[in-house]
Design a binder for this molecule. Structure first.
Ligand code: UDP
Length: 357
């Protein structure tokens, strides 16, 4: 069996790594297509070697365009790759333009699509990710849901009647953390290099809804500044946020460091006392390391974390952010078993593809 996997950003490569390993051991041929959507300095050859990720056979180098042009160009180039490779399946992850372009190119060629991280919803159609995930789900044959909430979302939208198959696989990001956790001590260098000392809080900020809105970004930064006077905040700063802060002269008082590699991020998660973030992935990773997460967004796809008392939505409300910090600082979070599967989502995904009739 041959699978073409379409990926466009570093988090997608991290999620795909456990699945690629399962494919390899099951004898499935996998061809990786990297669209190039997110250029990332942390994605050098070392990244692929350290993470044991196969290097992509196709590098489409499509980045820096508006949504329409980017998706259109991807569609065109992925189609060529698919006509060339003639795979049995196209596998896509998450909710980026690369996800949608990969799925669209495949269905038009009558190649079935498998979508990992299916069924997630923020119910905010202004988010490009929401549009991408709904459309990708609709044209996929196999829908691998990370959580029961994701299954419920698809059922509520009538997916049981669409002829697609819904599978509660668990979350491949949990697989990844479980796999790489034991290598943090040997691979991570950030704590010494950046002189990071506990106790500290970990923050990230990169979502367009925050970084393109001076009012929201100022409110978040003023909360972070106030908290940082009590406990140091370590913040690997996304280049887009850095540029926006400078151009709008917004003050940020924190231990600002460059974006870090995955092992360094895991080391920071392990050593910190609490997480403040607008990232989707980091909300879950905070939970996997037993840390409370203050989410700097108005909604989350990971509602089960809120229900479990491990996460709270603060949006860009500075009073709320500070109050949540006071309430939850140094309060560890107990992990409930099974919320994101058993750490073997990748094996389930490979098995479903093999067994599909
Ligand atoms: N990440 C990282 N270094 C960073 C920022 C993020 O390794 O400086 C990792 C993070 O641990 C997670 C993934 O990238 O695995 C999430 O990416 P991001 O926050 O950019 O995006 P989102 O999850 O919101 O799509």
């Amino acid at each position: 069996m041959k699978v073409v996997t379409v990926l466009g950003a570093r988090p997608q490569f991290i999620k795909a790594a456990p699945v690629s390993r399962e494919f390899k051991s099951a004898g499935i041929e996998e061809v990786l297509v990297h669209t190039g959507q997110h250029f990332d300095h942390n994605m050098s050859q070392v990244f692929f070697e350290e993470m044991e990720i196969p290097t992509p056979q196709y590098n489409l180098e499509i980045s820096g365009l508006h949504h329409g042009a980017m998706t259109g160009r991807m569609l065109e180039k992925i189609e060529v790759a698919l006509m060339n490779e003639k795979p049995d399946w196209v596998l896509v992850y998450g909710d980026t333009n690369s996800t949608l372009a990969g799925a669209m190119a495949a269905v038009k060629l009558h190649i079935p699509v498998a979508h990992v991280e299916a069924g997630l919803r923020s119910f905010e159609m202004k988010m490009p990710e929401e549009v991408n995930r709904i459309l990708t789900d609709r044209i996929s044959t196999l829908l691998f849901c990370p959580t029961t909430t994701a299954v419920d979302n698809l059922e509520a939208e009538g997916f049981r009647t669409f002829g697609s198959r819904l599978i509660l696989s668990g979350d491949v990001m949990f697989d990844a953390v479980e796999y790489y956790r034991s290598r943090i001590d040997t691979h991570a260098t950030v704590l010494g290099k950046e002189n990071v000392k506990a106790p500290f809080l970990l923050a990230t900020l990169h979502r367009a809804e925050n970084t393109n809105d001076p009012v929201r970004l100022s409110a978040i930064c003023s909360a972070l500044n106030a908290i940082n006077r009590q406990v140091s905040i370590v913040l690997p700063l996304h280049p887009r946020t850095k540029a926006f802060l400078a151009s709008h002269q917004i003050q940020l008082e924190a231990q600002v460091i460059d974006p870090v590699g995955y092992f360094d991020m895991l080391a920071l998660l392990q050593a910190c006392s609490l997480v403040l973030t607008d990232s989707g992935g980091l909300q879950k990773e905070a939970y996997f390391f037993g840390k409370f997460c203050i989410t700097l967004r108005d909604q989350t796809e990971w509602v089960e974390l809120v229900k479990a008392g491990a996460n709270a939505l603060a949006g860009a409300d500075s009073t709320k952010i500070i109050a949540l910090f006071q309430q939850h600082y140094q309060q560890p979070v107990a992990m409930r078993s099974g919320l994101y599967g058993d750490g073997h989502a990748a094996a389930k995904i490979a098995r479903e593809l093999i067994d599909f009739r």
